[in-house]
Design a protein around this ligand. Structure first.
Ligand code: PEP
Ligand code: MG
Length: 754
């Protein structure tokens, strides 16, 4: 049954539109369940009615006509209870309702399961049996599991269908794709869908202007693959048995079969680029095999997909890695990596859309740093159909509008204009101090990682760089940068900001930031080898970086160094040993370097509760609230499913931060926050109330936070903090803080428009 489940889900996922998806569902489910009827009802989101959308077994004329009220009949009962109903004699149930148009009178056995997606009931999947029969427990759980898995495919197919109708002119309007998280702002531009190398299913549809050249490129890829397979087969002749080698023969046979190659060529000739033509053909082929009852043949589907991936890799090699980015690019992908983000010329990037990831992921931080609106966790995004379309990234309501009509574009332009006016008004604060109405001052620093951010930070009068993410420089290379190269980079950063302080963070890779040339595969990357743990295991890389930093500061002494992800005293002791070794060696080499300010990032709960001890070993404490929130709440900062639980205003996070702040001050060390909280107006009120010394944030937020600081008194923020610490949950805290901002006339900082 597991195999049938996998097969059905796979086929439905590949459906081109909703009608095709629903037909596939009823066609496939009915025989697997040995039922006489299989039907799908979808719930109309506006009226709540359950509409019969497809059936195999009831009268086809009822499709689209039968609309059941929200709690009408057994279908309504399944939907309202959101649980399966399994009956051997449906007509005997008090909720049974006879509907003549379906012709369901003779059916007795009934099993209905809800189709639920992220808490919303999308519809009901029903199987029925002529004779009185109760479905077994196994059958019931099979259907329920299938419905759960199909929910995503159904919403995806629905969006695909709407896009198809827009393209053919049978639908006028805009398609909205809802996300779960975002970074604020509005971006209007053209979608560029990026996908990981060799991910065949993620390849988007694109048009080619010269099909003959594309066919040539595809044929070359096929010939190269045939030659490679032959070579591999020959090489392994002595190692593999003839039956194991048969796989290579099977691959070669598939490649020489007309249908696979010809199928792809025919599609290219219709103007589709080779990777997408290949995707369609491979999926068609694999489906045919998957449907075969013979297990051996069904397993060949995996070989076909594997072959597809191999061919795609070749096509990618011949295409080179050059991509074209239009003037107003909205970058879209299943998951956008930091390197894909950095590949787009920054003056062309107006928006970012990622199916996975959340606003706390590293690519989101980069986007925020460069004031690029972004939406994450799209519920149903047919990425293969979106490339080249006009879209609006609405970072205020976490949604993406595909094909926005003129009125909508006008509305968005007006909002964007108001946003620009607000930014313009904030410019008046450029040379004003960040001081509260009762004279308490805070240092406002910028987070940076690229040279452009540093230069911009200086222009925006940031009082320094509170967090320089050194790993970004490592992403722009295809190998670890050497000591001289790093020295030059850090020197430039220090020089640009001098004499204002700059805190360089040592390499923080791992987690969601593996380097392309240093892949780390782990099942729990955020709890694994990341940050200082890698540096302490790879002391060569670590020491090279520390030497480069020390050398850079010999000329510009405005530098501080901090270590990420410290979780215990011994890690800090070891890091300090390596630092002192690097320092001593440089002195021995005759280089006149000084020991800089040293700090640690508190971003792991254990470090938060050891703050006093750790603080005494260093000069300053910087709280990484992004990671601290994820570890305290046990919520992966990249996981869309739990994104609603990730909130730094959770009272437990506030308690912990308050504790860290007090402990650092008890050890007479300054403390800053350099996570996203520092740049969030509501959270900044909390940090101010705790008496944090400095706030380091994405540059785009700097003047907004200055406005917040200048609009409140320290005493008021202490009062707000006290109130928040009595509250039960983050949403209460946020509502209270937003109201406080609104009362002061700062509402424009937390919602779109004025
Ligand atoms: C943090 O965790 O808050 C932080 C600033 O580090 P990063 O976001 O780079 O992990
Ligand atoms: Mg961190």
């Amino acid at each position: 049954m597991l195999e049938s489940l996998r097969r059905i889900v796979h086929e439905v996922n590949a459906a081109h539109n909703l009608d095709e998806a629903l037909t596939l569902i009823v066609d496939r489910v009915k025989p697997v369940m040995q039922a006489d009827v299989c039907s799908v009802y979808l719930t109309d989101p506006e009226t709540g009615e359950h509409v019969l959308m497809e059936t195999d077994g009831l009268r086809p004329s009822a499709v689209g006509r039968v609309r059941l009220l929200p709690d009408q009949g057994l279908v309504g009962l399944v939907a309202s209870r959101a649980e399966p109903i399994n009956l051997d004699n449906a007509p005997g149930h008090p909720n049974f309702q006879f509907i003549a148009s379906t012709g369901e009178a003779p059916f007795h056995g009934f099993l209905g399961v809800p189709i639920i997606r992220r808490g919303t009931t999308l519809g009901v999947l029903v199987v029925q049996q002529r004779e009185a029969r109760r479905y077994t427990g196994d059958e019931e759980s099979f259907l329920a599991t299938l419905a759960a898995q199909l929910a995503g495919s159904i919403s995806l197919a629905e969006v695909r269908q709407r896009l198809e109708r827009l393209d053919t002119g049978t639908l006028i309007g805009t398609v909205f794709l809802e996300g779960v998280a975002s970074t604020r702002g509005l971006g209007i531009g053209e979608a560029v869908v990026v996908f990981p190398d060799a991910a065949l299913d993620a390849v988007p549809d694109k048009h080619v202007s010269d099909p003959e050249a594309e066919i040539e490129r595809f044929n070359q890829a096929v010939s190269a693959e045939v030659a490679e397979l032959k070579k591999l087969g020959d090489q392994l002749a002595d190692v593999l048995s003839a039956s194991d080698r048969a796989l290579f023969d099977a691959y070669a046979l598939l490649l020489s079969s007309d249908s696979l190659v010809e199928g792809t060529v025919t599609r290219i000739r219709q103007g589709i680029w080779a990777p997408a033509a290949l995707r369609h053909t491979i999926s068609e082929f694999a489906n045919v095999f998957e449907e075969m009852d013979d297990d051996y043949l069904a397993d060949r589907a995996a070989d076909i997909r594997d072959l597809g991936r191999r061919l795609l890799e070749r096509l990618q090699q011949t295409a080179g890695r050059e991509r074209h980015y239009p003037e107003r690019t909205v970058l879209m992908g299943e998951e956008i990596s930091v390197s894909q983000f950095l590949e787009v010329p920054q003056d062309r990037l107006v928006g970012l859309v990622s199916v996975h990831g959340t606003s706390a992921s590293h690519v989101a931080l980069l986007a925020r740093g460069l004031s690029i609106p972004a939406v994450f966790g799209l519920q149903s995004a047919p990425l293969d159909r979106l490339n080249g379309r006009q879209v609006v990234v609405d970072g205020y309501s976490a949604r993406v509008c595909v094909h926005p009509g003129p009125t909508l574009i006008e509305q968005y332009r007006r909002l964007a204009k108001e946003e620009a006016e607000l930014s313009h008004e904030l410019e008046a604060l450029l040379d004003q101090p960040a001081i509260t109405t009762d004279g308490h001052d805070y240092r406002l620093l910028a987070n940076a990682g690229l040279h452009a951010d540093v230069a911009a930070a200086r222009e925006r009068r940031a009082q320094g760089i509170g967090l320089y993410r050194s790993e970004l420089h490592f992403y722009l290379r295809d190998r670890f940068p050497g000591e001289d190269e790093q020295t030059a980079t850090y020197r430039r950063v220090l020089q640009t900001m001098a004499p204002a302080p700059v805190t360089l963070r040592t390499l923080d890779i791992g987690g969601d930031k593996p380097l392309p040339y240093y892949p780390i595969k782990e099942s729990n990357p955020f709890l694994g080898w990341r940050g200082i743990r890698i540096s302490l295991d790879q002391t060569d890389i670590f020491k090279t970086q520390l030497r480069a930093m020390l050398r850079a500061s010999a000329v510009h002494p405005n530098m501080g160094i901090m270590f990420p992800m410290i979780s215990c005293v011994s890690e800090l002791t070891q890091a300090l040993v390596v630092l002192h070794d690097a320092y001593r060696e440089l002195i021995e080499d005759g280089m006149p370097v000084n020991l800089p300010r040293i700090g640690i990032m508190v971003e792991v709960p254990s470090a938060a509760y050891m703050t006093r001890t750790l603080a005494r070993m260093v000069d300053f404490i910087a709280v990484g609230s992004n990671d601290l929130t994820q570890y305290l709440l046990a919520v992966d900062r990249n996981n869309v499913r739990v994104a609603h639980l990730y909130d730094s205003l959770h009272p437990a996070v506030l308690f912990t931060l308050n504790h860290v702040c007090r402990q650092a001050h008890a050890a007479a060390r300054p403390v800053s926050v350099c996570g996203e909280m520092a740049g969030d107006p509501a959270s900044a009120l909390m940090l101010m109330g705790m008496g944090i010394d400095a706030l380091s944030m994405s540059l785009g937020n700097l003047l907004k936070i200055k406005w917040v600081v200048r609009s409140f008194s320290y005493a008021e923020t202490r009062g707000l903090l006290k109130e928040a610490l009595q509250m039960d949950n983050a949403s209460q805290v946020r509502a209270r803080l937003n109201a406080a901002l609104d009362e002061r006339g700062l509402g424009g900082l937390v919602r779109a428009g004025r």
